[in-house]
Design a protein around this ligand. Structure first.
Ligand code: ADP
Ligand code: DP6
Ligand code: CO
Length: 334
């Protein structure tokens, strides 16, 4: 048995952006071009345990019981280094992680993954960082993970210049007022290009990207007002429009690409039809083919029933606002 000196396990939930993060101004520090805003979801999460031991010769990570390859492991080690440096610890680590969310399918596994891993590092190494500081560390694993450090509606501030500590997240509202999200799982296989590669290619080649930061600034200001007023209609309209503007930047990239698949379009058309029929709901999409339908929790059953005509039961997952990271007891049976 290795001599474990530091250990902790955490559960963290995914989040879906209503105002998207799309583009880094500093890729090394994961500093975003714009601020963004998300909803943390209860239905999808990652559970991660980290153990540090002087007996380990190198870092390892088992994701869903499968050992991570060396190229991806380099990013994990670099991420854990941030915490090791802060704590003055040099020991290597073993990480075990289980995704209760499809991995790399555009359902934000990188968000729950790095929020869980960062929270576990924080506790295991006795760092006692508060959520704001932790978000600036977690951001450097995956940008969207910085928002999973809180529950409810979360604002990620873009921050200033190359100052890492200025780009943090905060909860702006607990979202406990009849907010729901129906996730339409069109395809949960690993996507052909990661969020990181997709956004970088777009920033570098899409002429439409020039317009993106100004659109986000306008949308975010209106979204903050709408949340404050609990104005569901305005929230929905802005988030749908913001998502489609992001996807338009990808269509204009060179070479052009899209995360849409046939059934993604079908799901979006269904949302529009439901709206025409008086059932209010709005769609958003991320770096993957799956569609998320923002709705009132009290309308969820009706909306799901309408989708059930076109999609199988296991493709329709009901989500509510979720919490921030929680410490857990790690079960070896995991
Ligand atoms: P997603 O839409 O799922 O966030 P991304 O392309 O942003 O997709 O990120 C997927 C990558 O995140 C995976 O290829 C893997 O490198 C990393 N990842 C996902 N889950 C975990 C996990 N539990 N622990 C460590 N890394 C993870
Ligand atoms: C479309 O946070 O997964 O989901 O920072 O490179 O790890 P990296 O990318 P990631 O990108 C998320 C992009 C998005 C929009 C969003 O979540 O805001
Ligand atoms: Co991601």
């Amino acid at each position: 048995m290795p001599d474990i000196t530091h250990e902790a396990a955490y559960r963290a939930h995914t989040n879906i952006a209503l105002i998207k993060y799309w583009g880094k101004r500093n890729p090394e520090l994961f500093l975003p071009v714009t601020s963004s805003l998300s909803l943390t979801l209860d239905a999808f999460y990652t559970e991660t345990r980290i153990q540090f031991s002087p007996d380990y010769t190198r870092d390892t990570l088992y994701l869903n019981h499968k050992q991570m390859e060396a190229d991806e492991m380099a990013h994990i080690s670099h991420f854990v280094d941030l915490f090791r440096q802060e704590a003055g610890v040099q020991a290597a680590c073993q990480i075990n992680s289980i995704n209760h969310v499809p991995t790399a399918a555009g359902l934000a596994s990188s968000a729950s993954a790095f929020a869980a891993l960062g929270s576990a590092c924080n506790t295991a190494l006795g760092l006692n960082m508060d959520a704001q500081q932790l978000s600036t560390f977690v951001r450097q694993g995956s940008g969207s993970a910085s928002r999973s450090v809180h529950g409810g509606f979360v604002l990620w501030h873009r921050g200033e210049g190359d100052v890492s500590s200025s780009s943090f997240t905060e909860q702006i509202d607990d979202a406990n007022w009849d907010i729901g999200m129906l996730v339409v799982a069109v395809n949960t296989e690993v996507k052909p290009f990661s969020s990181r590669a997709g956004m970088q290619h777009t920033v570098e080649t899409s002429p439409f990207y020039q317009q993106w930061p100004a659109e986000v600034e306008k949308d975010l200001a209106l979204m903050l007002e709408a949340i404050e007023a609990q104005d569901f209609t305005t929230m929905g309209e802005i988030s749908e429009h913001n998502a489609m503007k992001m996807h338009a930047t990808m269509l204009a990239a060179k070479p052009s690409f899209t995360y849409f698949q046939g059934e993604s379009i079908l799901a979006m058309h269904l949302v529009q039809k439901l709206r025409r029929e008086g059932l209010e709901c709005y769609y958003t999409m991320d770096a993957g083919p799956n569609v998320k339908v923002l709705c009132r929790q009290s309308d969820m059953a009706h909306i799901k029933a309408a989708f059930a005509i076109h999609f199988k039961p296991d493709q329709l997952i009901e989500a509510k606002p979720g919490p921030g990271p929680e410490a857990i007891q790690w079960k070896e049976a995991n």
